[in-house]
Design a protein around this ligand. Structure first.
Ligand SMILES: [Zn+2]
Length: 395
């Protein structure tokens, strides 16, 4: 496959950007007079060379951990969206069954996915995440910076790009930037800037952030081409897939499902976006809308992961014949390292009541602890039984 790259340098002249629509051009639509270049095996990606140290190279994974942020926040102008969680699940079905992907649950079903809960989850989690997907709404606007503005905390402090001053307090508006809409516990929308979102998700070191939100990658009429949400994210993350233009619900759904299916089949990011774009072809002129942003120091095809063979890795000092001797902590350590299909087999062997165990999309540690708690509780099988079953399973 041939990849053509449109590369935009960080030291780009701010004055040129001010009057230029360069970052807005849908380069995917380059046409030779007869056909789109994208009809050939050609894929476009945008490379942005931020000057901070580059993220590390490919990540070795046994199982990709995917966190989905599903924001239902919207107002009259932005119709509510359907959940992409089911679609992502569907796309990753085969990969999950093979134990190579896992969707994390980070809030209770009765709760709203607020940024406060997300922050708490990401802060408490000690392992890095591999993919973070934001699905919701976003816009690209200028904000009144005055904390005393009578309209603070409402959507009235956001203005279109050609407005200069806040009409309620007279403050000079901030430069335009991308905002994502988050849910809040009280009614209304929690608007968070791309920069804030980037800092927050950056702490869990994802290799890829996917944003299916209107205008998530738009950068326009400002002193920097790097103020769209996607561009800001590239400071922290090696790769971002986002939509700079509006995109229909149906297209987004087709795209997302096929995208995750391709990633799960170990395709590169560029191939995955290409294949997923093909899946939305029946919606005319939307297929080019999801765009890939990469750091130039990332693998040029967007190969982000190096898949390791999935199997239980026992600590070197513990061989299966020693299992009967190990203590509870060592046992927990082994259970934590198991891949879901093997762990499920163990649960089956031990006859663990299904309703007592967290499902396989929960973190493995949580499931391992649940198993030990059940085993030691009245009616449980006891630790020795787990060791025996493990011994048989690992032989
Ligand atoms: Zn104001």
């Amino acid at each position: 496959m041939l990849f053509i790259k449109f590369s935009c340098v960080a030291a780009y002249d701010a004055n040129v950007i001010e009057s230029s629509l360069l970052p807005l051009y849908p380069w995917q639509l380059v046409h030779d007079g007869q056909e789109f270049l994208a009809d050939y095996p050609v894929t476009f990606s945008y490379l942005i060379a931020h000057q901070n140290p580059p993220p590390q190279g490919k990540r070795k994974v046994k199982q990709i951990k995917v966190l989905v942020i599903l924001s239902t926040a919207s107002d009259k102008q932005y119709k509510s969206i359907e959940s992409k969680q089911t679609v992502i699940n569907q796309g990753l079905k085969k990969t999950s069954q093979e134990g190579r992907a896992c969707l994390l649950s980070w809030y209770q079903e009765t709760e709203k996915p607020t940024i406060k809960r997300l922050r708490a989850y990401l802060t408490e989690r000690d392992e890095p995440l591999d993919i973070i997907h934001f699905d919701g709404h976003g816009f690209f606007k200028r904000k009144c910076p005055n904390p005393e503005c009578p309209k603070r905390d409402t959507d009235r402090v956001f203005y279109s790009l050609n407005t200069q001053k806040c009409q309620f307090c007279g403050s000079v508006l901030e430069e335009p930037q991308g905002f994502l809409f988050f849910d809040r516990d009280s009614p209304g929308i929690d608007y968070r800037s791309g920069a804030e979102f980037a800092r927050l998700v950056g702490q869990s070191k994802p290799m890829l952030v996917v944003i299916t939100a209107c205008k998530s990658a738009l950068a326009y009429k400002s002193d920097s081409v790097f103020n769209g949400v996607a561009q800001k994210l590239l400071r922290q993350v090696p790769a971002v897939v986002a939509t700079p233009f509006s995109i229909s619900e149906e297209s987004a759904t087709n795209f997302v499902e096929q995208f995750y299916r391709a990633l799960g089949a170990k395709k590169s990011l560029l191939e995955a976006v290409k294949l997923a774009g093909d899946a939305m072809r029946h919606h005319k002129y939307e297929w080019y809308r999801p765009v890939i942003f990469l750091r130039p120091d990332t693998d040029e095809d967007g190969n982000l992961f190096e898949w390791e063979v999935t199997s239980v890795e026992l600590p070197p000092e513990v061989t299966p014949k020693d299992l009967s001797q190990i203590n509870k902590n060592e046992l927990l350590d082994i259970l934590k390292r198991m891949i879901p299909p093997q762990f499920n087999q163990l649960l089956f062997k031990l006859d663990v009541p299904q309703y007592l165990m967290p499902s396989s999309d929960n973190p493995q540690t949580e499931r391992a602890i649940a198993l030990l708690s059940w085993a030691e509780a009245p009616g449980g099988c006891g630790l020795q039984k787990i060791k025996q079953a493990l011994d048989e399973l690992l032989k």
